[in-house]
Design a protein around this ligand. Sequence first.
Ligand SMILES: Cc1cc2nc3c(=O)[nH]c(=O)nc-3n(C[C@H](O)[C@H](O)[C@H](O)COP(=O)(O)OP(=O)(O)OC[C@H]3O[C@@H](n4cnc5c(N)ncnc54)[C@H](O)[C@@H]3O)c2cc1C
Length: 383
Amino acid sequence: MNNLSSYDIAIVGGGISSSVFASRHIKNGFKGKIAIIEYGRNLGGRASTRYSFSNKGWQLDHGSPNLNIKNYSNNLTKKFIRELLDKDIIQSDTSEYYEFNDENNLNLKVNSDFHSGKNYITSSTMSELSQKIISTHNINNQIDYFFETLIVKLEFRNNKWILTSKNGSKFISKFLVCSSNLLLHKRSLDILHVNQIPLRKAIPIKKDKIIDNIIKLLDEQSYLPRMTFLIYTNHNYDFKDSYKKKYRYFLLNKSHEQKFKIERIIFQKHIDSKLGIVIHTRSVDLIKEFSNSENHEIFKANLILQFNKLFHQNKHINKLFDYKDISIMRWNASQPYGAGIPENLQVCKKYNIAFCGDWFANEGFGRVEGAILSALKLSEKLI
Ligand SMILES: Cc1cc2nc3c(=O)[nH]c(=O)nc-3n(C[C@H](O)[C@H](O)[C@H](O)COP(=O)(O)OP(=O)(O)OC[C@H]3O[C@@H](n4cnc5c(N)ncnc54)[C@H](O)[C@@H]3O)c2cc1C
């Protein structure tokens, strides 16, 4: 890479909203060069896949495992989902969903924002979903990708954006899209080790009402932490019954979630029939317990005890005696909560900057649906 790479649009972040925006914008006729700059190793962000180095061959969706559309009356979403279905990029999710009630019995009706409405899964992995969404329209290779690149500084000079990464690489761009709000939010101070919110530093207070408002409103938005535990089982571990689908979901109702400190357990079958298990938690107590635990092996053993207690005498799930490995993903900001940011703050023409992501007050706020819709709307607004 040259010391200074020059683009028409630089997108900070490579999650699903960024991928949808880039793809849709090209489809809508944008002909310029786009840079997608992402801190992680792949596309997908919070809807991505862990490709394990130490457990070769395993690919587990460790964030959002699927997407659900609650609001089908929105035409943009409807058409977009239709296109993904037509191209076999997604398919209807016909997996089994169960919810544990207080008596530890299973109901077939689940009560979760993540699984209501129409549910879809990818035909591959969640990271590949973002890649495929881009590939459908990036026929002329308009996009350059920069992975493992964390933007820590923004400058607006001579009508151009200059982005600087932690490792010193620089990008210059006519237009900037922030698909994450990290560079606008106070959590950036700790995460990026900077002394001022990067966007605030680039555009001082009282220069622009949109920027001032978005920073002010974001100050009141916070994030739910989550952790996911990825269990790589031994080859002989399988369901008790002959279930063959890719996913099987077990959710816990509110009081059971409090008791077990587990939100849901998602079984993920691999092509070679290995069975992966992803345990999701949003229990602040469990997350604290993990942080304070000096011996993570004991913590993991306790987690397996809870798993076995939950599935004790369950007709579908076998007791888990041993496993190859458990890897852990800590999401300090898994989902925004509080008020979503109003959509009229999505674009700031004066400073050639725009925003998308699940943090806007769309249908689907805090979910993949909202991330997609905000990106589709952004392209409409810019074209
Ligand atoms: C464990 C978990 C489970 C979930 N389950 C569900 C579910 O079942 N259903 C559902 O609908 N939603 C679920 N969600 C929420 C869903 O994943 C998100 O709403 C959605 O993926 C957000 O997409 P996005 O593109 O808006 O943001 P992100 O996916 O967060 O993308 C933003 C990207 O920007 C990158 N980035 C940020 N700052 C910088 C920087 N300075 N430099 C470079 N890169 C940067 C980040 O690394 C990230 O990849 C879940 C989330 C988590 C964590």
